[in-house]
Structures are given as C-alpha cells and as structure tokens.
Write a new protein. Structure first.
Ligand code: UDP
Ligand code: MG
Length: 311
C-alpha cells in the first residue's frame, strides 16, 4: 500500500490550519477508501518559527487525529528551508508538498497520485490560470519567467511548490547541498520521469500573504544566481561594447582636432561619460557582489534548518 505524506510549511498560519487539516483529512479518507493510498499515510506540518499559536494548533490537531504530525523548527528559516526540512525528514513512499493556505487545490491530489501510478517520479502542479492574482503579481511573475528563460534557467512557468515526489526523487534531492535554496529550479535537474497536473489556484483561505515584497525579491535573485552565471557574462559584454564605443569616440575626437577647426572644449563629452560609466561600474559591481555573497553563504555550509521538536 502506498504511504503518502503531505508536507506543509507554515508560518503564522493559525487561522487556516484547522480548515486545511479538515479538507486534507477528508481527501485522504476518500483516497484510502478507493485504495489509492495506505492507512499509514499522514500530514506533516512544519512550523517555520511562527510567532502566533501555530504550533499549539498543530499539537491539538495531532491530539485529535494522530495522522497529523508536526515538525517545529528552532526559528524562522523561510518557506524554502521549511519545505526542505519537511521533505528531508518525513517518511513515506510519496510526498506531496503544498501551501498551508488552501491556495493549492486539494482536488489535484488524486490526479497527482494517478500520474505517479503511471510512472512519474515527479509530478508538477501547474496553475491553469492566474485570475486570483493581482495584476502586479501576474505581471512580475510573467516577466520573471521570461528573464529566467533568457538566462537559460530551466523552470516550469506557473509551477510553485505544489508537487509530488517519489522516494527516489527525494533521495536524489538530498545530494543537493546548496544553502541558497530555490527548489523549483533544482527539481527539474533531478531528471526522472515527470508529469504535469493542471489545477486552479484559489484565493488564500484566511490570513495574509507571508511573502512581502522584499522576501519575493530576495527569492527572485536566488532563482537567477543559483542557476545562471549569465548576468556576470553580460556585464563583461556590456563593458566590452562600451569600451569599443569609447575608443571610436576617441578616434573621432582626434580626427576633429587634427583635420578640422571645430573642436570646442566640451563639458558634455567629459561629464556624461563619467556619470554613465560610474553608474555602470557600480551596477556591475553590485551584480558581482550579489554572486560573491552567495558564494560566501555557500562556503560556510551552515545548516539549512534546525529541528526543535517533532510530533
Ligand atoms: N511560509 C513559511 N515560512 C515563511 C513564509 C511563508 O513556511 O517564512 C509558508 C506559508 O505559511 C505558506 C507558504 O509558505 O504555507 C506560502 O506562503 P504564502 O501563502 O504566504 O505565499 P503567497 O501564496 O502569498 O505567495
Ligand atoms: Mg499563499
């Protein structure tokens, strides 16, 4: 019998957990009755250092139904690390990761299991439409996918972290030791047979988003810097093009000085390139600095999560 484990990272999610648990347990009961999963299947909530009553909620849900399990991290480590903590710690033949807020449609779980039965080791949940998103989120997401694609990063558009992974795929993931985690970029690198299940993303059931803009931007840079060194190459190209341009302007200035009497001591020709190049150099120093910072955190090899208690 297939042992399923649903892995759910939670950060200040006390408002949604009871309803999420109710819906997931109901779904598991149906799957159990159909023989799609075994009786040992469970739900694991990872409390990512919440400051509200999330852990107490998980404890009481566990007391009410032992199929609900919990892992409490020693502090907030961010969504990706919390998710990894779950994926690396739980038992089960098959793990499905999803968000706590019921945005990932629970109804897609049976179809994911079906795709797994048909031989897929990784099943990606892909959103069929983004109507529940704000225009801003839709626009930035689309632009971001295009940028990633142009940098040669292989990720699946409109797939977040709603996915099924088999035990084999999880074992392979264990060998990726990186600290700057961008799971949706790593999973395609695992290989294996994959499948896609489309689902409609709901609005958040309760509470508010735990991804403010600064977290989203840091996460977006992780996605680029962890999988592509193109920005570094591009800074070299742009630098080379500007040098050639500057050389041509220099030749032109010599020509004017030697063969015409049009040369005027110029302000613009001195000051504009100075600002332009100064800005450009700072920009690319920033890009290089961003990579150096990633190397710095990778070389320290600090633990990606620390478990405080498990239920
Ligand atoms: N989350 C987490 N740690 C964090 C931030 C978020 O574990 O530091 C969890 C959160 O509880 C939720 C999931 O990550 O289960 C996705 O977060 P959210 O729904 O707030 O993001 P959004 O859907 O707005 O992008
Ligand atoms: Mg959400």
């Amino acid at each position: 019998m297939l042992r399923l484990n649903l892995v759910i990272p939670c950060f200040n999610e006390e408002e949604v957990l009871p309803e999420t648990t109710r819906q997931l347990l109901a779904q598991m009961d149906r799957l159990l009755a159909d023989g799609a999963i075994g009786p040992e299947s469970e739900i694991t909530f990872i409390d990512d250092g919440s400051r509200d009553r999330t852990w107490q909620t998980i404890e009481s849900l566990h007391a009410a139904d032992p199929r609900v399990r919990g892992i409490k991290l020693s502090r907030n480590r961010g969504h990706q690390n919390a998710l990894l903590a779950g994926l690396m710690s739980v038992q089960g033949d098959v793990v499905i990761s999803l968000d706590a807020d019921l945005q990932d449609d629970v109804g897609a779980i049976p179809r994911m299991l079906e795709a797994h039965r048909d031989g897929a080791d990784v099943v990606f949940g892909v959103r069929s439409c983004r109507v529940t998103d704000t225009f801003f989120k839709r626009f930035t997401a689309q632009t971001y996918y295009k940028v990633l694609h142009s940098f040669g990063v292989e990720i699946l558009p409109d797939h977040a972290d709603y996915r099924l992974m088999s035990r084999r795929a999880l074992d392979a993931l264990r060998d990726f030791r990186e600290v700057n985690l961008f799971l949706r970029g790593i999973i395609p690198l695992l290989g294996f047979r994959t499948a896609i299940v489309k689902y409609e993303r709901n609005a958040r059931f309760a509470g508010e988003s735990k991804y403010p803009l600064h977290k989203m931007l840091a996460f977006a840079f992780d996605g680029i810097a962890s999988f592509s060194s193109k920005p570094l190459q591009w800074s070299a190209y742009v630098g080379a093009c500007i040098s050639v341009g500057a050389l041509l302007i220099g030749l032109w200035a010599i020509f004017i000085r030697l063969f015409t009497n049009l040369s005027v001591p110029g302000w613009a020709s001195t000051v504009i390139p100075m600002y332009f190049l100064g800005g450009l150099q700072l920009l690319f120093l920033g890009v290089i600095g961003g990579y150096v910072a990633k190397i710095y955190s990778e070389t320290k090899q600090r633990p990606r999560f620390i478990v405080e208690t498990t239920l």
